[in-house]
Ligand binder design. Structure first.
Ligand code: GDP
Length: 298
């Protein structure tokens, strides 16, 4: 589809072998190629600018290695910087010291929250936890049912308002779920909340009210990697409206290049913690910065 950064730089550096240091012109040419590669990967412009400036700074001080060709050397630097910004090591979930750990999911409708809730539940089960799924998306017709179907697929119970009572109060459901978890000895509560197609004041207020009511140990912002550049504005709106501790990128099985990961991390300062990549319940893993760096550059 796109030329990789290595291909681009190989052209730029055709005549460079054997030079001791990159000239200012080489560095400018390099920066231009990196900029294009990052923009093609859907990284937000302010992040691209900042990143490119940092790479230029670092490249100025570098000796041209005899072992690597200059293009490989720059790709290595870019890769290291990307991994660094993406968070270095993966951040782990924080569990509550006492009582059930509460994980609240927030994000736009269609981001993949309901699917992710079940995937996360399965993953937690495999870590030896006993999760309870909680249906607080009472807005979207069928969301409760969808969570129940997914819950059944992963063998995790779902706490939901009684059928026929679907217009219930999501804050009350969230609160009641904590009591239910204590009573039934579930140690992690995963609260699925309502999303909208776009950022919406009422949705944000509801998420905020649920957050205030259950005081989650982790609020995870769930975002579709395919929305590319829009991911940053959505993340900022959720950061301001509800606040979150970590990010889950979904639909990484699509052809999104993953620039959203870099943009969100740089602009909100919050780590991407999990990656969701498919419709199967097992298509889910911890986020690996090194893999994402590779994806952004390829
Ligand atoms: P919600 O509105 O945020 O709860 O989103 P859903 O969980 O209902 O997901 C919206 C659509 O995206 C559904 O058709 C899901 O099957 C699909 N989906 C969710 N996660 C993934 C994923 O990682 N990869 C792919 N390809 N599809 C996904």
């Amino acid at each position: 589809m796109f030329a990789t950064l290595s291909d681009r730089l190989a052209d730029t550096f055709k005549n460079l072998r054997g030079k001791g240091r990159l000239s200012e012109a080489d560095i400018d040419a390099t920066a231009r190629e990196i900029r294009i590669a990052l923009l093609e990967a859907d990284v937000a412009l302010p992040v691209v600018k900042e990143f490119t400036a940092a790479i230029k700074e670092r490249a100025r001080g570098e000796e041209v290695s005899q072992a690597l060709n200059p293009a490989q050397q720059i790709v290595k630097i870019v890769n290291e910087e990307l991994v660094e910004i993406l968070g270095g090591e993966t951040r782990r979930l924080r569990y509550a010291k006492t009582g059930p750990t509460v994980i609240m999911l927030a994000g736009l409708q269609g981001a993949g929250k309901t699917t992710l809730a079940a995937k996360l539940a399965l993953w937690l089960k495999e870590q030896g936890k006993s999760p309870l799924l909680v249906a607080c998306d009472l807005q979207r017709p069928n969301a409760v049912n969808q969570l129940q179907v997914n819950g059944e697929r992963v063998g995790v119970p779902v706490f939901a308002p009684e059928p026929g009572n679907g217009v219930g109060n999501p804050v009350a459901v969230a609160q009641a779920s904590i009591e239910e978890a204590k009573r039934t000895l579930h140690d992690v509560v995963i609260v699925d909340t309502a999303g909208r197609l776009g950022v919406d004041a009422e949705m944000m207020q509801q998420a905020k009210d649920i957050r205030a009511a259950v005081n989650p140990d982790e609020v995870l912002f769930v975002v579709d990697a395919m929305i590319g550049q829009d991911a940053v504005n959505t993340a900022l709106a959720f950061q301001e409206g509800v606040g979150f501790d970590g990010v889950v990128l979904t639909k990484l099985d699509g052809d999104a290049r993953g620039g959203a990961a870099l943009s969100i991390r740089s602009i909100t300062g919050k780590p991407v913690m999990f990656a969701s990549a498919g419709e199967k319940m097992t298509d889910f893993d911890l986020f690996h910065p090194d893999r994402m760096a590779g994806r952004i550059l390829d």
